[in-house]
Design a protein around this ligand. Sequence first.
Ligand code: NDP
Length: 439
Amino acid sequence: KQTSPAQSEFYQAVEEVLESIEPVISERPKYREQGIIERLVEPERQIMFRVPWVDDNGQVQVNKGYRIEFNSALGPYKGGLRFHPSVNAGIIKFLGFEQIFKNALTGLPIGGGKGGANFDPKGKSDGEIMRFCQSFMNELHRHIGPNTDVPAGDIGVGTREIGYLFGQYKRLVNRFDGVLTGKSALWGGSHVRKEATGYGAVYFAQCLLGDNNESMNDKRCLVSGSGNVAIYAMEKLYELGAKPVSCSDSSGTIYHEAGIDLDLVKRIKEENHDRLEAYLETHSNAHYTAREDYPEDGHQVWRYEADIAFPCATQNELTEKDAQALLENGCRYIVEGANMPCTQNAVDLFIESNTAYAPGKAANAGGVATSQLEMAQNASMQKWSFEEVDDKLQRIMRSIYRDCKRAAEEFDHPSNLALGANIAGFRKVADAMLQQGVV
Ligand code: NDP
């Protein structure tokens, strides 16, 4: 029951899961008797802390830091850190809750957690980013460990930030632990981690299309975002012969009929940390729509013709109106690279219209799965080749797809992968909780 309207994203995520697992709960009364739901929705531990730092003008700034250790039934808490001004306890809780089931779906021994800060990396110098990360770790280090809680990146936290966080952790504890994933491949990072979420989402899409005897070749794709997930989804799409024609950032959307110039997007976003609008300086024939000119109740990025849509930016970025526009424009597959990017009304519309819809907790699980492969390499002091990790990632994505499909079929909704993902993830966590007693 909703008691705090401020945590709307968290309640949205919980309602979605609880609704789909109803048939499993009725089937196995032990889940109810043992208070599994009540225990699942309450994080095992929530840490909130002050993050003070000094900006380039010598002014003291203070942000709010969070780490929510949600559920450790299947393994150490695992989940990313998000640095974005919109971060609050409700957003971190929704992300942590989703992470429990996503991690369970990977079949790997990892529990669910999430963290971050309401820090805005935009416009900050490298020195400011470093000082912020160091201050964040000054508190976080006492709560994490390679067998306790292993954070990774998310929005606003990439290889650079993980580097600064790790450097400070090592200085504080005097150990070279595999305590963070998404590290540089130079010093403990895994091949394919950077690419894993985007590649994984496309591998998942391949399974979906394959079931309809279709391939990715020549498919027109709408992608939102231009960060880590979006960039490597587009890279894999090109490799498989598909054509991404859009991408976006928080200021606007680029549509390029000839296909997005990915090298240019990488340069703008990964090297220059600039706005996507800079794309027009090289491609004046591309079309840019600023955020203020988006259609009412929606986003420009979903208003073009396409076969497949990959929302890869942030939560609730694809509304019911966007969903209608996609369907009217012939889109037949929706694959979520981001976490909960479609509003519940949009999801309902996809499911009612029998459109193939792949929920984020299944389709974007390649990132956390590869993070676990990074943990395994760190623990055994090994480094696997790019091909070896990519091969494991593909197998994991196929197995997640199979598990979701099987659960959806078992409960008589064969094409409802959202239901399948929730049920398959829930059963693994709930059974582990039953075996571990009421704790
Ligand atoms: P990045 O920070 O690398 O990129 C985020 C992208 O989304 C940027 O283009 C950003 O634009 C845009 N964006 C962020 N917030 C908003 C907003 N409020 N409105 C519009 N656009 C926005 O993050 P990631 O690519 O890592 O993450 C994207 C999504 O994927 C998130 O939902 C994340 O939780 C999820 N995810 C990420 C994983 C990973 O491995 N990185 C794993 C699984 C899920 P701008 O540049 O203007 O900020």
